[in-house]
Ligand binder design. Structure first.
Ligand code: COI
Length: 362
């Protein structure tokens, strides 16, 4: 197959310059969308064709489209960052491209070649360049590539038609309280993923199945929900859309090992590297929740945080469960957590040397 070229089909200025400036000053998360979206279609007979940039807007979809019935869908999350000199960069985009290929395999969707994924993102950001916020205030342009079964067919099998889009949304902090420490509810009722399931894939179904537990968390005054493994219900998996880390008094940084039911976070992998760079000992292991809570009580675990593209690095201040409440450290933002956050965002915004070669200019 020859490489896809995403060319603008039309100019698309839905929003005035003044309105865009107002949005960029306080974008929130996932509420506002840019002028364009990238699109390509796959069919079983022709493969990937028809790459285009079209005005952002509603899709025309048959009510019988397979995705609406059987949830055959995957997505990615990544960001474009503006540096002080005005240039625009993205962070480890090839990792997102490869993860999307792995997710596609698991969901029986077609794999979009890495070069086409990267080109779709590059072309969209080029067309939507005025939407990339200035670096002050840690705002960025959140990019959401996604792919779904669009065939009009109710039989249960892999779709013969698939649509791929990339949309973009200016973004500030994911959590409404910014980087304030999270309160996390530990669910003893629900699991996110099971052995052999889709836990390692970035598919909508994983997020759909987290929502009831998230509601339960919110009803207990928490910001997020902690899922434990589905088999023993003892080991930490992840939050509703973020990986989890713990830092110990003796200089280890712990995170659940990849079991096949945990998302292989790009931020997770980057944090492991940055932590090792600063002399912490990274340990990917089974983290038994009850032991973690004991180590929080004894002061052995001094900090915990959530991480992901959207959440960046957000401290966890407290766990709640049916059995009680545990405050991590003094409940505030841990020093090492904030230092890792500062370094990661420093690299992304070009304030800190990119010593691992993680940035790609768009
Ligand atoms: C991301 O971090 O980009 C995600 O896709 C997770 C979601 C909670 C926004």
């Amino acid at each position: 197959m020859s490489a896809l070229t995403f060319t603008p089909a039309a100019t698309a200025r839905r929003i005035t310059d003044d309105e865009r400036a107002r949005i960029l000053a306080a974008p929130g998360f996932g509420q506002h969308f840019t002028d364009f979206m990238a699109h390509a279609r796959w069919t079983v007979s022709e493969g990937w064709t028809g790459a285009e940039l079209v005005p952002f807007g509603p899709l025309q979809l048959s009510p019988a489209a397979a995705v609406l019935h059987y949830g055959q869908e995957i997505f990615e999350g990544m960001k474009a960052f503006r540096h002080a000199d005005g240039s625009v960069w993205t962070f480890r985009p090839e990792q997102n491209a490869r993860r999307m290929m792995r997710s596609a395999r698991r969901l029986a969707l077609p794999e979009l070649p890495e070069r086409d994924f990267l080109e779709s993102v590059r072309a969209l950001v080029a067309a939507d360049e005025p939407w990339v916020p200035q670096p002050e205030g840690e705002t960025s342009l959140y990019l959401r590539p996604f792919m779904f079964a669009s065939e009009e067919f109710l039989g249960v099998r892999a779709s013969h038609t698939v649509d791929y889009y990339v949309i973009a949304s200016p973004a500030g902090a994911y959590f409404p309280r910014g980087v304030q420490p999270l309160v996390v509810w530990v669910t003893d009722t629900y699991a996110r993923a099971g052995a052999g399931g889709t836990g390692a894939a970035k598919c909508g179904g994983n997020y759909a199945s987290s929502l009831l537990a998230k509601n339960e968390a919110v009803s207990h005054g928490a910001d997020e929900v902690m899922f434990l493994d589905s088999e023993t219900h003892t080991a930490i998996d992840e939050l509703s859309g973020m990986n989890v880390f713990a830092i110990t008094r003796d200089g280890r940084i712990l995170t659940p090992r990849l079991t096949g039911s945990i998302l292989e976070g790009v931020t997770r992998e980057s944090v492991l590297q940055l932590a090792a760079d600063r002399g912490l000992q990274p340990v990917e292991t089974t983290l038994v929740m009850s032991e973690v809570l004991d180590q929080i009580s004894s002061g052995e675990i001094t900090e915990m945080f959530a991480c992901g593209t959207a959440a960046v690095i957000t401290p966890i201040g407290e766990y709640r469960s049916q059995d009680g409440t545990w405050t991590i450290g003094d409940g505030g933002s841990g020093q090492t957590t904030l230092a890792l956050r500062e370094e990661l965002t420093g690299i992304q915004y070009g304030r800190v040397p990119d010593r691992h070669g993680w940035l790609t200019r768009l």
